[in-house]
Design a protein around this ligand. Structure first.
Ligand code: F6P
Length: 522
């Protein structure tokens, strides 16, 4: 990877030409700017009009995408080529939500995907209708979903966003190894009425396994007085979603309760697989399938819409413009929807674990800054916390507003107010304000994108998540990054593996800084 290429240089020159142009000035000179910079995809509207860019910027960014052969990379992604080069496998999450016959090597992946979907349907229906019961015949009213990272963030996002509209068993999540997380999760649960779903691609993740073992103990303790053998209790109460079926079996979960997925499903792309079981249990399989269908619609459009109107592509390129040409190091995601409170956390993993890398796929250093830091909060909560920094801080920042057109909840007036705040924030970030008091001045010219969901429903949510996935993919291609590995998370895990036993015994072999810290913890 080497910059500056011809397309990159053209963008650098263009940046100079555009350096004094303000976003609100672009609106003043083009009354059609709003519609001209709004793109549709999967039923969503992507409004890029408040980005600091022009039609010429998009033309040059598209030339960069062509130079980086994004279209070819996209075809390799969808067709099951080895795009995860460091781990030597495809990244085929798109196949999980489609009906196409995609081949990995000689084998068609679709039959296995369909089989898994059918098994998910059977389980979800049986639990929801009371045909699948606990070991003593009680209906299962609660689901405890154990998992972390990609085995947690996606199901949590979707269940929280949609649960109120689809009553089913109440789903709780247990992710952190902090024992209070398990204490709190188990406090209100009755073992006889609880179904436990352990989601872990590897089935070796320490946090998940510690929690799974603890919950198994709790479950068996709950049945202590019954004459039931432990195996039959586990068989009625434990489900696994994993790519490591053997480890799930070793844990004691019978094969009939193991919902496998392939190793070409990346952890942070796994919500579309059996990792989505808590969604199907909480909302019903039809809702889960609408979630898949919403994402699939975006896949089809991403794959076939001409570049000039291709929303995921343009979304990604606007991000490249902000990061690499406007030098913006921080990206903020503001869902103006309380039920999307988990979206920023979900996107932190999707974006930062995928593209938070300093080495390109070929092992050379990346030639330009890659993934910005990402954080966010639901609107309007952030307005009373960090929006001060957005409007007047010394760092530049880019923002995504995610808004929902159809009123949510029971108070239409309050929803209108929520929308008014979203629109006001994006306008204020753009226009800023100059007064005769420097303390009140806001520089404005902060670029933002607004994504409009017609309603907060399963299809729109699937479309939203897929839109971000493809944004991340395109940006990875532009930066030359393999977006599908995550070696950076391993070092800390290895060191923790040495510290934990030392905490119980001799700490002499540890780093002096760690010995010092452990001393403070005595
Ligand atoms: O945080 C690292 C990571 O490997 C993520 O990529 C993954 O989503 C998470 O841990 C959980 O992994 P698993 O699903 O294997 O338990």
């Amino acid at each position: 990877m080497s910059h500056p290429s011809a397309a990159w240089q053209a963008l650098l020159a263009h940046r100079e030409a555009l350096s004094t142009t303000r976003i609100d000035g672009l609106f003043a000179s083009d009354p059609r700017r709003g519609p001209a910079f709004t793109f549709r995809c999967g039923g969503l509207a992507l409004d890029l009009s408040k980005q600091q860019l022009t039609a010429e910027t998009l033309r040059l960014l598209l030339a960069l995408a062509a130079e980086r052969e994004v279209a070819g990379a996209r075809e390799r992604l969808f067709s099951g080529a080895v795009v995860n080069v460091t781990e030597n496998r495809p990244a085929l999450h798109t196949a999980l939500r489609g009906e196409e016959h995609v081949h990995v090597g000689a084998s068609d992946v679709l039959p296995e995907i369909e089989r898994c979907r059918e098994r998910m349907r059977t389980l979800a229906t049986a639990v929801r209708e009371g045909a699948w019961r606990g070991a003593t015949g009680e209906a299962l009213t609660h689901v405890l979903a154990i998992g972390i990272g990609g085995s947690y963030l996606g199901p949590k996002l979707v269940v929280e966003a949609l649960a109120p509209t689809h009553p089913g068993p109440a789903v709780q999540f247990l992710a952190n190894v902090d024992p209070t997380a398990a204490d709190d999760a188990l406090a209100g649960l009755d073992p006889a009425r609880t179904l436990v779903v352990v989601a872990s691609k590897t089935f070796t993740t320490q946090e998940t396994m510690v929690n799974a073992r603890r919950v198994r103990q709790w479950m068996l303790a709950g049945y202590e007085k019954s004459a039931l053998p432990p195996d039959s209790v586990i068989a009625r109460h434990f489900i696994a979603a994993t790519a490591n079926t053997r480890a799930a079996g070793d844990f004691g979960i019978p094969e009939a309760n193991v919902f496998p997925f392939a190793d070409w499903v990346g952890g942070r792309y796994s919500v579309w697989s059996s990792v989505g079981l808590p969604i199907a249990l909480a909302l019903g399989m039809p809702a889960f399938e609408r979630f898949l269908a919403g994402a699939h619609a975006v896949d089809l459009e991403f794959r076939s819409t001409p570049a000039e109107r291709n929303a995921p592509l343009l979304f990604a390129l606007a991000g490249i413009w902000n990061r690499n040409f406007l030098d913006i190091p921080v990206h903020v995601v503001l869902p103006y929807a309380q039920r999307l409170a988990s979206l920023p956390g979900y996107l932190q993993q999707l974006e930062m674990e995928s593209n938070g890398k300093r080495v390109a796929a070929d092992g050379s250093p990346v030639a330009s800054p890659s993934c910005p830091a990402l954080f966010g909060e639901p609107g309007t909560l952030g307005q009373h916390a960090f929006h001060q920094w957005l409007h007047q801080g010394t760092d530049s920042v880019s923002v995504d507003f995610v808004v929902v057109a159809k009123p949510m909840g029971s108070d239409t007036e309050a929803h209108r107010l929520l929308l008014a705040h979203a629109a006001a924030q994006s306008e204020a970030l753009m226009t800023g304000r100059i007064t005769d008091n420097p303390h009140r001045d806001c520089p404005g010219n902060r670029p933002s994108t607004t994504i409009v969901l017609p309603a907060l429903d399963a299809a729109s949510l699937g479309a939203l998540v897929a839109l971000y996935e493809h944004k991340v993919f395109v940006q990875g291609v532009i930066w030359g990054i393999n977006s599908f590995d995550q070696y950076g998370v391993e070092l800390g895990k290895e060191i923790a593996g040495k510290i934990e036993p030392a905490l119980r015994g001799d700490a002499a072999s540890l780093h002096p800084a760690t010995r010092h810290l452990l001393g403070l913890l005595q």
